[in-house]
Design a protein around this ligand. Sequence first.
Ligand SMILES: O=P(O)(O)OC[C@H]1O[C@H](OP(=O)(O)OP(=O)(O)O)[C@H](O)[C@@H]1O
Ligand SMILES: Nc1ncnc2[nH]cnc12
Length: 190
Amino acid sequence: MTRDRMDAVTLADRIAASIHDVPDFPQPGVLFKDITPLLRDPEVFGAVVEEWAGRFRGQVDVVAGIEARGLVFGAPLALALGVGFVPVRKVGKLPGDTHTVTYDLEYGSATIEVHTDAIGPGDRVLVVDDVLATGGTLPARRAGGGARRRLRRRRRARLPPRPRAPRRPGRRRPAERRVGAPRLRTRLTP
Ligand SMILES: O=P(O)(O)OC[C@H]1O[C@H](OP(=O)(O)OP(=O)(O)O)[C@H](O)[C@@H]1O
Ligand SMILES: Nc1ncnc2[nH]cnc12
């Protein structure tokens, strides 16, 4: 099948079929979403990138990909959009001055960094990752870590996470906030 003929339903089916559930990896109780079969299929991988590019063309100035699997999707997406790519890397990998934030994952925790000069004031940033589990990584994309600190304070006080503030009528969310994990999850998981 050519990519042109892969309509949305077929694409959704093929994406679903190319993400494998692996129970109890890397530890008991975790249902691991293995995206490697998707990456191995150039038609599906290419169609996913094209689909995302179609949604965000002209709306972003830079794509930021979160190590490790966000780099794999983010770089081709940036090229397809004709914008620059910014790697958000695990701690200790970037040579310049960085913003740094530590956050919890479904299993373990992580510290990620981005060069302080990688994103300019007012840049519309499309943040790309592969899988949403606890949702801890995406708040951490606000590299100051304020959201993370607020979440920790609420957990310590045994409060649920604060619900997102209602959107003011007529006010569009910036692209960087609209491209949160749920979108990526519906694109990539069954
Ligand atoms: O919703 P969350 O709980 O934040 O989990 C999702 C994150 O976890 C994985 O990264 P991880 O650092 O585990 O592995 P990777 O380096 O192989 O991408 C995944 O790629 C997301 O970045
Ligand atoms: N359930 C999961 N599947 C794949 N990657 C993950 N990273 C964190 N949780 C994950």
